[in-house]
Design a protein around this ligand. Sequence first.
Ligand code: FRU
Length: 495
Amino acid sequence: MKNYFILFCLLCTGSFIHAQTATYKEKYRPQFHFSPAINWTNDPNGLVYYNGEYHIFYQHNPFENKWGHMTWGHAISTDLVHWHHLPLAIKEENGIMIFSGTCIVDKNNTIGFGKNGAIPMVAIYTGHTNTNQSQHLAYSFDKGRTWKKYAQNPILDLHKKDFRDPKVFWYAPKQYWVMAVVLPLDHKVQFYKSSNLLQWALLSEFGPAGDISGIWECPDLFQVPVAGNASIKKWVLTNSISTAMQYFVGEFDGISFHNESPAGGVFRPDYGPDFYAGITYNQLPASQKPVMIAWANNWGYANDIPTTPWKSAMTLPREMTVRKDADKWILLNKPAEGIEKLKGELLADESVLVSDKKTYDTTGTQLEIEADMQPSTGSSGVQLAVGNGHYAEVGYDLAAQKLYIDRSHTANQSFNKNFEAPGRFEIPFVLKDNHLVLHIYFDNSLIEVFANNGEAAMTMQVFPADNDNSVALFSTSGAATFNSIKIWKMKSTWE
Ligand code: FRU
């Protein structure tokens, strides 16, 4: 009887339901990206490192496989690659949804809640109702396993309907906490300061600037080392704009952000359709470069993607550096180091000249591909999920000097017209000595491309048919030289 009762309780808590109904072998399920066991997720939240654990909290609907009842889901990892699910962290309550936010470890107990040396972990998130968004606080004394909402929430309220997505970090030179938070409709990031995480004073505002074609969400401000000279760091401000992200590179003096990216330009950490709401880890070990994780989906069609019993995954964790090219700073991003150890069987390793098409029967859609190439005079590159007339394309158009990613010939697009068109995403990308290195991670329904050491990244979802599982090199005219093409199977982190 007792056992049945425990079984009943487990069923009620949901954790058992996870274990029972999610196999991580489902069609389209990413095998080396984070996704919740069941039900919906959007933004990553509260990324923080503490005592050997990388935490990921995430926007989650615990009840259904679509957006709603926003609650913070929670998982941890010791290597940013293998994830272990934990019970729900901060739950919707009294009609207040738990929207996106941040997490920090208050090592000096500036908040004062820690008794007898206990160190509080503090989450600051947007409390959302239909008429108000304000910033709320919750805290934990057991490494984020259980949370208590602050009794006097909200901690910051402008009495506005749209005011959200706080990101908080410790600004050491002035010994205070800084919060970046957005006024979405005004295309503004506001910066606040606090000495105790509870009272906040406005420092400055940034924006409108760059891309203002949609509402602004999920700001972040972090320091990034200059590539090749890690002792120099620049400040990078990022935000999301309805369906894409942008960044500005400059300086932060503890009060204002001073943009050094060319005015009028729009610069994106990722130029694909499925990279949104990215934020970086707080309090990483000093030796580690900043790491960003984003939501690999797009509000234009996210609720309709054909996956069950979960919906949406996170991108690979990405390490960031910056480099100055002429007058502009480029945010370079590449997969965090741990991904390397997921390389499995090497399926192809050769140099080859391709005038039309060369197919590799990889019989899989869980691959890492590295193509070091001299593009042809036409368009050339790598096709994925090839089969039965279907393929996704990662290519370079030499005449137009454009890098592109294209899903218009993949299967299963009709679930939403915003997914069907546009099917091609391209950016100006000038090559030196006609040399292109494409580093591609393909994880069943997710493609992440890093070109020339992360000078441009592109993330795109695809939903291939069952036998669309070959890889091909292609060239539309002239010959493309693949100095080296390497294809590996990738291991699963969920087994
Ligand atoms: C971004 C966003 C945030 C908000 C959250 C709600 O994707 O719209 O602005 O906090 O999602 O789920």
